[in-house]
Ligand binder design. Structure first.
Ligand code: PLP
Length: 316
């Protein structure tokens, strides 16, 4: 058998292919095949959560899995694994994918669960949830310029789904509201971040981020009822307390955004990304502002890792 044989070629390809947990087994990603009858595919009836690694180690994995459990409970999907089992399997998938990224890179770790193909109206149909745990490299290079220049935020006309229709506090596979809004913004400015208003006209959140404003030294963020309670949002609130920076949840409208001293986004992958403008109006006197910088420093100390440098090192 020569090295050119198909068998050798496919083995080599496997060595370069990430693996994922799929319904009890860890398999090459190309072997993860979800039925077209899966309710996650048919109706968006599924939940997910996303942790990240920091220097190849998961950060706040338990908090993410606990939030996944709450999302499952909201949709009435029976948890297929315990918190500890989700964590163990996430660690196992990560360990088998680490050789595929550089030392200076990190992964998102996604856990995804749908009720599977069972018809909920038919009690005889077997309930077998679909469970996937997978890793995706963080888009460090694509986002690096934003850490240099600050993020441009645009407010789309599409409003965030109101909590009396479907709670934004659950992280479900139904992202259509956020995707439609994000598309609206990216057609105007491909590099901009959408932050949707809620149905009252107050700032809510974006496709994958929470928003904070700083006014007169105080940190302000939209109320939890209208947004996903971001793990990084919680982290920033805790860091603010440690740093004796006053912080609270409140209703914030466009007046608050346009007149803010500072603004930033938080998310698992970004940690904290300063915002340079909202709808084209410059915020503050350059990024990062002093309060944002204090929180970036505190976040980096918590991680024992300079997350801003990780992004900036990827500048072309
Ligand atoms: N809001 C939405 C809708 C999200 O999807 C995310 C990302 O998961 C966030 C906010 C930020 O949450 P976290 O800090 O847990 O990543």
């Amino acid at each position: 058998m020569t090295c050119e044989s198909p068998t050798h070629a496919s083995i080599a390809q496997r060595a370069n292919e990430r693996v994922a947990y799929f319904n009890g087994n860890i398999v090459p990603e190309s072997e993860v095949a979800v039925s077209f009858r899966d309710r996650g595919f048919k109706y968006g009836e599924a939940v997910f959560d996303t942790a990240r690694t920091v220097r190849h180690k998961p950060f706040k994995l338990r908090e993410h899995v606990v939030r996944l459990m709450r999302s499952l409970r909201y949709l009435g999907i029976q948890p297929p694994l315990s918190v500890d089992e989700f964590m163990q399997q996430s660690e196992a998938v990560l360990a088998r994918n680490l050789h595929l990224i550089g030392e200076d890179e990190d992964y998102w770790i996604f856990q995804r669960v749908s009720p599977g193909t069972a018809d909920p109206c038919d009690s005889s149909s077997a309930r077998k949830p679909t469970v996937i745990i997978e890793c995706t490299p963080l888009p460090l290079a694509a986002r690096a310029p934003q850490f240099r220049d600050g993020a441009r935020v645009l407010i789309p006309a599409t409003r965030r789904t109101p909590p009396d229709a479907l709670s934004p506090r659950a992280k479900t596979h139904n992202y259509l509201n956020l995707l439609v809004a994000d598309r609206e913004v990216r057609l105007q400015d491909p590099g901009a971040w959408a932050i949707l208003l809620d149905h009252n006209g107050n700032l809510a959140e974006g496709l994958g981020s929470n928003i904070f404003l700083v006014r007169d030294g105080e940190l302000l963020t939209p109320e939890q009822r209208y947004v996903l309670p971001g793990i990084s949002r919680d982290t920033v609130m805790e860091l603010a307390q440690q740093e004796s920076i006053p912080a609270r949840e409140t209703s914030l409208d466009l007046f608050d955004a346009f007149t803010a001293d500072e603004c930033f986004l938080t998310s698992t992958s970004l940690c904290l990304l300063p915002v340079s403008s909202v709808n084209g109006r410059a915020i503050g006197q350059g990024v990062p502002g002093p309060v944002s910088q204090r929180l970036i420093d505190a976040y980096s100390r918590l991680l024992d890792f300079d997350f801003v440098a990780q992004y900036l090192n990827k500048l072309a």
